[in-house]
Ligand binder design. Structure first.
Ligand SMILES: C[S@@+](CC[C@H](N)C(=O)[O-])C[C@H]1O[C@@H](n2cnc3c(N)ncnc32)[C@H](O)[C@@H]1O
Length: 526
């Protein structure tokens, strides 16, 4: 396929459902009474409609429902079984629905919100607002979902293939609550392996049954492959509407985490303040190698070392590490020709018009920022941990800036060790989001609700901090986390079963996150 074709395919989210996956979506719906009208709002080549015919005819060979499909560019060749008047060519979100259907099947286009042209987004928003308002950051699938719910008959069913953002995007939380008000039964199967050849996006199969009543049951199942026969877990309402829907096949993650709160753990927000690192508006202009700042004639007070990433660093302390890059504080009234020329160069590139720059009285004059006490990675694929900022460097916004809330040295060490231990890591794993290639994206809120302890104002058992640090310095994160877990368990008298359960859940969640074959080239900030 030509490169341009591939690009157009991605722009319109054209990824046809493989037959096997379509059968997994439709199989559970082969119960009587079978639907009389079936519609796919983004039918493409009709994979879902053909699979519905195949699966339903197996249970009733006489079965002959009416099929309908809509698509921007329907593949008529494959849709031969449909009467032409049942295929609508055009934008589903602009389509005036003249009827409703017993079953709506869909694998909508997974187009990200910034890929939707602004005028189209405004029009879509205006159309769905009456039913369910969506924020600007909602991806295209969310609009399809809202409109498709409208297209389902009372008592009818909607079955969909959706991206994982359905389970973890901030805006999806309200959407999930909205669905639970409208369907009596909700079942989700989250699949952790890649299902579409050219798309890394992980997917979930969603079944919404019996429209017109609020949810009596909500279940979630996690599998690596759709054919795996793992048990479902029933979710409570709070679990369904939390920022990320996450379950363990071993039991309730919330119950395990709560048991640590009972033992004296607290949320990270109680011991530290999390700030976003320095936002310059134009990093390539304001951040440069130290030697560049010197060549520009800036005095030492006008530049400050800045950490752009924690990648490649190891150990609990930044100590001897001196980042090569500095943040440059350009003077308001530059005296030197070199600085003036540099500012002009920036202006000629239009940097002065960038969002953050335009708000400053002098676009190139950065406000002074204070250096944080510690750093924590924003993105990580493997056992993220806190690094003390002993040399008082700054950080960019790809690293969290942490300031302690009046902790003494012992307490800080306890916080570092406990966040590295199994309960700390499980709480991070449960709250953070998962993005491409299984990388954890730890947003400030996820870190703020991670579980830690500041100990009991007593130092850690002698030598344990040094031992854990030594393991981190040699990049042995698993072993460091294991020692940290043991320290926490014996010091707080946590029963071995609870700790084992915590470790097993952590292993399960990590394995699931890293399950995809696309993990081969995993990248991480830390
Ligand atoms: C992920 S594919 C799924 C196709 C088919 N349902 C399947 O499962 O194989 C999404 C389809 O949505 C279509 N599409 C994209 N934007 C659309 C829109 N605004 N209205 C209708 N169809 C659209 C694309 O042409 C593509 O065929």
């Amino acid at each position: 396929m030509a490169k341009g074709d591939n690009q157009a395919k991605r722009q319109n989210g054209v990824f046809y459902t493989p037959r096997e996956l379509a059968v997994h979506l439709i199989g559970p719906l082969a119960t009587n009474p079978l639907p009389e009208t079936i519609m796919d709002p983004a039918c493409g080549g009709g994979s879902l409609l053909s699979a519905a015919k195949e699966v339903f005819c197996r249970s009733n060979p006489e079965y002959s429902p009416e099929f309908f499909g809509c698509d921007l560019s329907p593949d008529r060749g494959s849709l031969r079984q449909l009467p032409a008047k049942h295929i609508w060519k055009g934008d589903f979100l602009e389509l005036r629905l003249s009827q409703r259907f017993d079953l709506v099947l869909m694998n909508p286009p997974f187009v990200r919100h910034h890929g939707i042209p602004p005028e189209a987004k405004e029009a879509y928003n205006a159309r769905v607002r009456r039913v369910c308002a969506l924020p600007k950051v909602a991806d295209l699938w969310a609009y399809f979902l809202v409109k498709s719910v409208e297209a389902v008959n009372t008592g009818g069913t909607l079955a969909a293939i959706l991206p994982w953002s359905f389970l973890q995007a901030d805006y999806a939380r309200e959407l999930r609550a909205w669905l639970a008000d409208r369907f009596a039964a909700i079942d989700v199967t989250a699949i952790s392996s890649q299902q579409f050849e050219d798309a890394e996006e992980r997917i979930a199969l969603i079944w919404l049954r019996n429209k017109g009543r609020s949810a009596q049951t909500i279940t979630v199942r996690n599998v690596t492959h759709p054919s795996e026969d793992l048990p479902q877990r029933h979710l409570s309402w709070p679990e369904w509407v939390r920022s990320r829907v996450i379950i363990s096949n071993m039991g309730s993650i919330d119950d395990i985490l709560l048991s640590f709160l009972d033992k004296g753990f607290v949320q990270f927000r109680e011991v530290a303040e999390i700030r976003i690192g320095t936002v310059t508006g134009a990093d390539s202009f304001f951040i440069a190698p130290r030697r560049f700042a010197i060549e520009l004639g800036l005095s030492e007070g006008n530049y400050h070392p800045i950490v752009k990433t924690l990648k490649g660093l190891s150990g609990f302390q930044l100590n001897g590490h001196c980042p090569d890059c500095v943040l440059m504080y350009l003077p308001g009234q530059p005296q030197s020709a070199a600085v003036l020329q540099y500012i002009e160069q920036g202006q000629s590139k239009g940097l002065h018009l960038r969002a953050h720059c335009i708000r400053r009285s002098l676009w190139y004059m950065l406000p002074r920022v204070t250096s944080p006490d510690a750093f924590f990675p924003y993105r990580s694929s493997h056992t993220p941990y806190l690094v003390l900022n002993t040399p008082r460097n700054l950080c960019t916004n790809s690293v969290h800036a942490i300031n302690w809330r009046k902790l003494d040295r012992w307490q800080i060490e306890w916080v570092q060790v406990s966040l590295l231990s199994a309960p700390g890591q499980l709480s991070l794993e449960a709250n953070a989001k998962i993005y491409g290639q299984g990388v954890l994206k730890i947003e400030p809120n996820a870190l703020a609700s991670a579980l830690v302890t500041s100990g009991m104002k007593k130092p850690l058992p002698e030598g344990s901090y040094e031992k854990i640090n030594g393991l981190l310095e040699t990049n042995n994160r698993d072993a460091a986390s294991e020692v940290a877990t043991d320290v926490i368990r014996s010091y707080f008298g946590i029963d071995p079963q609870t700790m084992e359960m915590c470790k097993s859940m952590l292993r399960e969640l990590r394995q699931r996150r890293l399950a995809s074959e696309v993990m081969k080239g995993v990248t991480s900030e830390h």
